[in-house]
Design a binder for this molecule. Structure first.
Ligand SMILES: [Zn+2]
Length: 192
């Protein structure tokens, strides 16, 4: 069932609708309890406003009162600007920035967790040591020692967890952990 808009119900309740629309909404409210209740509330509000308007003094000057209200609102805004309390407008960007940072951190964490293990390894293990013509380099799945055109590579199974460290003396160390046996293999390769 398609319900009339709040505006139409308000106009209907206030007897401000006519013709076809009045007939349609009358027909709908006869079958729909919630819309009938809303229209009834609008009708009672409309009656209360009409009663209040009748209690106004006969010589009530709306234009003068409106002018005074505008002046009072301007004074209140000016007074509010003089008071140095924390402004919501100034706090909002800070909170927005914090929220944006949290969301970015969440996305990055999710990306990192969902990244394939091999990419984790290669991203973590890229390292090169170049000392006196000897190059030690990790390729993601092995350590290579290159000197005078010859290459020595220490490879390890790609499904093992690996920690690679490099120190300033030209030593590349790889620590492989076998998840099944718990065995740890440590290789040190020196650039000498
Ligand atoms: Zn309805």
């Amino acid at each position: 069932m398609r319900h009339p808009s709040e505006l139409d119900l308000a106009l209907y309740g206030g007897q401000d609708l006519g013709g076809w629309r009045k007939w349609c909404i009358g027909r709908h409210t006869a079958r729909c309890e919630s819309c009938a209740a809303a229209a009834s509330r609008y009708a009672s509000d409309s009656r209360a406003i009409a009663t209040a308007a009748r209690r106004m003094p006969p010589a009530f000057d709306w234009n003068r009162v409106a002018g005074e209200m505008r002046a009072n609102i301007r004074v209140a805004i000016a007074a509010g600007e003089c008071v140095a309390w924390p402004r919501p407008a100034a706090r909002l960007p800070w909170r927005a920035a914090l929220m944006a940072t949290s969301v970015a951190a969440l996305i990055l964490t999710g990306w990192w967790v969902l990244l394939p293990q091999s990419l984790h390894r290669s991203a973590q293990s890229r390292a090169t040591v170049n000392q006196s013509g000897v190059v030690l380099e990790t390729t993601g799945f092995s350590i290579e020692r290159r000197a005078e055109g010859a290459t020595l590579a220490l490879s390890h199974p790609s499904d093992e967890r690996t920690v690679l460290t490099v120190n300033t003396d030209g030593v590349l160390r790889a620590r492989y952990v076998d998840d099944d046996s718990g065995q740890v293999t440590i290789n040190n390769v020196y650039a000498q």
